[in-house]
Design a protein around this ligand. Structure first.
Ligand code: TNX
Length: 521
């Protein structure tokens, strides 16, 4: 009997020994000390850690293709730095120790994008109602790993994650960034990189400003000169470019896999010189305009009382809608100084009917509130507070992008060489320290769909310059959009931001090292 007991003991010890064989000993860590941006809703630490090893696999519960894709994207992001393969496997039950476990659940509190992350020494379990929530949670896991996870060559690790649990969900439904590809063109690879940047901070909208005076960037098959002619230039006279419809679809599906909606903008009736240069008949005087490479605004307009204009717009919107899974078509509408007011109002109504006919909702810069709008239209506040209030009076939802706070193209301070400053300087604290729901009297949280930070590119010509204007301000807007209202304090945020330095460096980012931030060494 005693021998039998001894044998049993040896057997158990052996099993324990072999089952631990693949696990590197993990150093205890404190989840509460991690510096996450955006800050999660709630965090609990349990004082140990999980370690990724070469044997770690990603287990997916259920056969959702979207969820599988999310797992693959995660695996592909972890591969370069770890050198590990991370096979994706289906399962119905919790896997063995040492693995990731992604599972879809039902939990009303988490909504469409929330997630519940539970990390023990044995398992990293991520639960959400939707694959989108799993994707957002993965961004948290990446930030819990050492900064060197962001490198694209093999690093030594160890790849440890502090144990504990995080419950997290967004404050606003719309958390966007805008990229102006008209003033300077940015190609498919650049846009994908930008999508990766915004995805890392749990944003869910990329608004693409596709047309302006200086360039038309989206192929419209029925009106080919828009791009073959109107797409050739950009600010400063350098060569422009455009997205073929295939390019554009590639961007849309890349974004969709990352649970990011593309909001395409065709800015009109002003900001249309590139179209007016491509087709003479769009001008009231029937004369084609010259291509434009300066940075003035407000000098161009479509011919608003001519039927052909609306036939043209119908073609453009139809082709665009065919490539747009999201609900919004952004019709611009800003700074139409050359359009008479009654013509402007008439134009907005006509275009709105076209957008509705093709099954989409209008989004526009806050200037559009001058028109008669359907109740599902969204006004993007950028300049005039009265316009945001009018939007609320008309019962419309507002996206908050006040230029003084949220414009990524504003200079940081008087020494910035890139950027404009018509709306002021936006240092990191100015960009972070405002509350969209307490910004304009009468425009409260219930009126606000979300927040967006636009990057206009009059002065931004390449990815290096883009990064400099975007980092680190982008993280602040991401936090404003995602994190709970309570607990947003610049003095606390700046410390978390400073801790991002090694991560920015691992990402090889050209960021603005503001003196206001205590960058970690
Ligand atoms: C105003 S914001 C504009 C853009 C410029 C931007 C530069 C808005 C709706 N219109 O056309 O690019 O300022 O900051």
């Amino acid at each position: 009997m005693k021998n039998q007991l001894n044998l049993l003991l040896i057997f158990c010890v052996a099993i324990l020994f072999f089952s631990c064989e693949n696990k590197a000993p993990a150093t205890p860590k404190d989840l509460l000390k991690e510096n996450l941006i955006p800050k999660p809703v709630s965090v609990n630490g349990t004082g140990s850690s999980f370690a990724i090893t070469s044997a770690t696999e990603i287990f997916i519960n259920g056969d959702s293709e979207e969820l599988k894709r999310v797992g693959e994207i995660f695996a592909n992001e972890l591969k370069p730095a770890t050198g590990f393969d991370f096979p994706i496997k289906n399962t119905d039950a919790a896997p063995a120790t040492g693995n990731f476990y992604f599972t879809l659940i039902k939990n009303d509190k988490l909504g469409n994008e929330g997630y519940q992350l539970t990390i023990t020494e044995d398992l990293v379990q991520l639960e959400a109602n939707q694959p989108a929530g799993i994707f957002r949670g993965i961004q948290t896991i990446k930030q819990l790993l050492p900064p060197s996870i962001a490198k694209n060559t093999a690093q030594s690790g160890p790849w440890e994650i502090a144990s504990g649990s995080i419950t997290d969900y967004p404050n606003y439904e719309y958390r966007g960034a805008m990229l102006d590809v008209s003033r300077h063109f940015f190609g498919v690879e650049d846009v994908k990189k930008y999508i990766d940047y915004i995805a890392s901070y749990k944003m869910n909208v990329l608004h693409l400003h596709l047309t302006d005076d200086q360039g038309w960037r989206i192929e419209i098959k029925k009106w080919p000169n828009l791009t073959t002619m109107g797409g050739t230039t950009e600010v400063g006279g350098t060569k422009g470019g455009f997205f073929t419809q295939e390019d554009y679809k590639e961007i849309v599906s890349y974004a969709m896999e990352r649970h990011i909606m593309i909001v395409p903008e065709i800015d009109m009736p002003g900001h249309t010189n590139a179209a007016l240069a491509s087709y003479a008949q769009l001008n009231c005087d029937g004369k084609a305009r010259d291509l434009y490479t300066g940075i003035e605004v407000g000098f161009s307009t479509f011919c608003t009382r001519r039927e052909l204009t609306y036939e043209f717009i119908d073609d453009v919107i139809r082709e665009l809608v065919a490539m747009t899974p999201g609900p919004y078509i952004h019709i611009g509408g800003d700074e139409s100084h050359e359009t008479r007011e009654d013509d402007y109002i008439y134009f907005i109504s006509r275009v709105q009917e076209i957008v509705a006919k093709h099954g989409k909702q209008v989004m526009g810069w806050d200037d559009i509130v001058a028109g008669e709008l359907k109740s599902n239209a969204v006004a993007q506040h950028w300049a005039k507070e009265e316009n945001a209030k009018t939007a609320v009076d008309k019962n419309l939802k507002v996206v908050m992008s006040p230029a003084k706070k949220a414009y990524l193209d504003m200079k940081y301070d008087s020494t910035s060489t890139l950027g404009l400053h018509w709306a002021g300087y936006i240092e990191i604290d100015t960009g972070y320290d405002w509350d969209p729901a307490n910004y304009i009297d009468g425009v409260g949280k219930e009126n606000i769909l979300g927040v967006e930070c636009p990057l206009w590119t009059e002065t931004v010509t390449n990815m290096d310059e883009l990064e400099y204007m975007v980092f680190p301000r982008l993280l602040g807007y991401a936090e404003i959009g995602w994190s709970p209202d309570s607990g947003k304090k610049w003095d606390e945020y700046k410390i978390r931001l400073g801790k991002q330095k090694p991560r920015f460096e691992a990402m090889d980012l050209n960021y603005y090292a503001s003196k206001l931030v205590p960058w970690s060494e």
